[in-house]
Design a binder for this molecule. Structure first.
Ligand SMILES: [Cu+2]
Length: 275
């Protein structure tokens, strides 16, 4: 028998997470069963990263030009869209950074502070953010897609994070949140954060037209993908690499470790050379 009086919704679509309520609970209201490292709970993290994400809509005539090959998905309404995280669409490198980083040109990599020169509005490169080993990192995801009832589930490989806050703008005049407004809320202390045993997760749904604040201790060195878990969104670039530490923090590549390209005859891709 279902006891309706005890039914609760997890992650309500209204994303009201900063008040106690009887009908719903947000992940940020859950309490970790394990103790949380005090360093995670310090007021100021060592690194703070704002990651707005959105779709770029192509005009169909932009997509079918000679010598172009753009990746996009066709949304249910017919829009042809690419995904941008911090105005960058992730492009996978031609070989794994973990074992062949010294062969990848630094020109392939980019991030919000280091965009390729003259990159167009649909800027595509290997989005990578470097953070020092053992630093306390806060990431604020801001949903600029704002598709009704579509909450993008962001997943991080390699490390679990604590979910510190989830919400929407408290300013009712703001119909659409964006990076600028989220920064403004943060400056005013209006991004919801709670430090009482924030739960560990490796995936979190960002409420549409809202934000999520997560924190982690970057104690696992490597190149870790951080991406929306909708497959269609991954392939149009809703992804990036969180690079923790440096090459010297990693164990050496084993002798005779398989190499990308071993199974192919020598080729030189025209646009994406391996150096
Ligand atoms: Cu998504």
């Amino acid at each position: 028998m279902i006891q309706w009086e005890f039914m609760m919704i997890l992650n309500p679509l209204d994303a009201v997470c900063d008040v106690k309520r009887n009908d719903a609970v947000c992940v940020s209201n859950l309490k970790s069963a394990k103790p949380v490292d005090k360093a995670i709970l310090q007021e100021r993290p060592d690194v703070k990263i704002f990651l707005p994400f959105r779709f770029h809509t192509y005009r169909p005539k932009e997509l079918f030009m000679e010598n172009t090959y753009r990746n996009y998905l066709v949304a249910p309404g017919g829009d042809h869209v690419l995904s941008l995280v911090d105005e960058i669409s992730y492009r996978a490198p031609p070989a794994p950074p973990l074992s062949q980083m010294n062969e990848l040109s630094s020109d392939l990599f980019c991030n919000g502070d280091n965009r390729p020169a003259n990159c167009p509005v649909d800027c595509r490169c290997t989005h990578m953010i470097d953070v020092p080993l053992n630093s306390i990192v806060e990431i604020v995801l801001v949903d600029e897609v704002q598709s009704p009832n579509l909450s993008h589930p962001f997943h991080l490989h390699g490390i679990s994070y604590n979910v510190i806050g989830i919400g929407r703008s408290p300013d009712k005049n703001i119909k659409k949140i964006n990076l600028k407004h989220a920064l403004d809320l943060d400056r005013k202390g209006l991004l919801h954060r709670q430090y009482n045993l924030p739960p560990f997760k490796d995936t979190i749904a960002v409420p549409n037209n809202g934000y999520v604040v997560i924190r982690l201790k970057a104690d696992n060195p490597g190149y870790w993908l951080f991406h929306c878990h909708f497959i269609y969104h991954i392939v149009i670039g809703m992804s990036l690499i969180l690079h923790i530490g440096t090459q010297s923090d990693l164990p050496p590549v084993p002798p005779n470790f398989p190499r990308c390209g071993d199974h192919l005859p020598a080729i030189t891709p025209p646009h994406y050379p391996i150096h």
